[in-house]
Write a protein that binds this ligand. Structure first.
Ligand SMILES: [Mg+2]
Length: 372
């Protein structure tokens, strides 16, 4: 079997965009993948495609190295995103060719279903989701964080796991991240995510030393090389690679092994990712001893739930491991066309929000508002 072509597909709605690819072969089988939806990553997918056309799609490690070494490893998130999309598609091809689910190729089932969490920022939304069966909820941002977690905890009780994500903002001082973490201890938080930007390993290490709740990070990192220090120094308790930009499922599997040796749990990031990447990480998590919980995006733009089929079904906060060959999902071409978008032409809804004045929060609000 030989790779004959790589195509990219974009879809978007309300400033929320998705970037997919298909890798085609001379035997009629193709695979699908997804990466973080940046125009630079779309360009990089086409750039890397020229390296793999004519190659055997089954040689995933070899093709990974070829794509990685093209830029001497100096590719950052853009290169890692492009490799992620293509590499996921290669696993899909292999699964289809051997009539096996991707999880089977990655090591077989560790479990039959995965525990799932989703997002709630208000007590009302938390109640709705708990009534739907969710047992894990993540709230994001720091504005009124303590006020909101108090309301959510009071609403849902102690049997629901609550996660808090500060999104690693570059303006957050390390001391305030520690202060916030200490205040969160009484709420029995499941994990405290990116209290400071993960690129500053020393700052994250200071937070880690000072608090007594599990610390999570990793969604902005690329390759095992980028995550190595967080693992080796046991700074985090939960590692969160993003399937659309970490560098591929094989890199994520290696990372999980590194984490396992340090008693670190694995909970892949989904928040800004789309549906195909989410399913790819599901296949990997099915195989991992140190899998913790799977992030599933509910309440996203409608396009997310229409451009890929079938859609995952969450029952009582669990999702079943898919049985079909490959990833078991495909793009829905009519819907991709209906939601067609030009990644260069749009910005995230966050950037277009005219209440957002691009100033660091310290300069915008009284301290009490976001730390209270
Ligand atoms: Mg996050």
């Amino acid at each position: 079997m030989k790779i004959t072509d790589v195509k990219t597909y974009t879809a978007g709605q309300d400033g929320r965009n998705f970037l997919f690819c298909r890798v085609f072969t001379d035997e009629g089988i193709y695979g699908v993948g997804e990466a973080t939806a940046w125009p630079s990553i779309q360009t990089e997918i086409h750039h890397k495609a020229s390296l793999i056309i004519g190659e055997d799609p089954f040689n995933i490690e070899r093709l990974w190295s070829k794509m990685f070494l093209q830029t001497h490893g100096m590719s950052g998130i853009v290169g890692a995103g492009a490799i992620s999309a293509i590499e996921i598609a290669l696993w899909d091809i292999k699964g289809k060719a051997f009539n096996m689910p991707v999880w089977q190729l990655l090591g077989g089932q560790m479990r039959e279903r995965l525990r799932v969490y989703t997002h709630a920022n208000t007590a009302e939304r938390a109640r709705e989701l708990v009534d739907q069966g969710f047992t894990g909820l993540k709230m994001g941002g720091i504005e009124h964080c303590i006020r909101d977690i108090t309301a959510i905890r009071n609403e849902v009780g102690d049997d629901i796991d609550i996660m808090v994500d500060l999104h690693g903002m570059p303006w957050m001082t390390t001391r305030d991240a520690i202060s916030m973490g200490r205040r969160l201890e009484e709420f029995g938080v499941f994990f405290y995510e990116e209290p400071v930007a993960p690129e500053n390993v020393e700052a994250l290490a200071r937070v880690s030393e000072a608090i007594n709740i599990p610390l999570a990070a990793g969604e902005r990192l690329a390759y095992v090389f980028g995550a190595r220090e967080l693992i080796e120094r046991e700074i985090v308790d939960v590692i969160q690679p993003d399937a659309g930009r970490f560098g591929g499922l094989s890199q994520m599997k290696k990372l999980a092994g590194m984490a396992e040796a340090h008693y670190i749990q694995f909970a892949p990031h989904d928040g800004s990712l789309g549906p195909v990447g989410e399913i790819a990480s599901l296949h990997l998590c099915a195989t991992l001893p140190n899998f913790l919980i799977w992030e599933h995006r509910t309440g996203d733009v409608q396009a997310r739930y229409e451009v890929m089929a079938p859609q995952p079904e969450v029952v009582d906060s669990y999702i079943a491991i898919p049985e079909g060959p490959g990833l078991g999902v495909d793009l829905v071409d009519e819907e991709i066309e209906r939601y067609a978008c030009d990644l260069l032409g749009g910005h995230s809804s966050y950037a277009e929000d005219n209440t957002y004045d691009s100033q660091y929060v310290y300069a915008r609000f009284p301290r009490k508002r976001w730390l209270g």
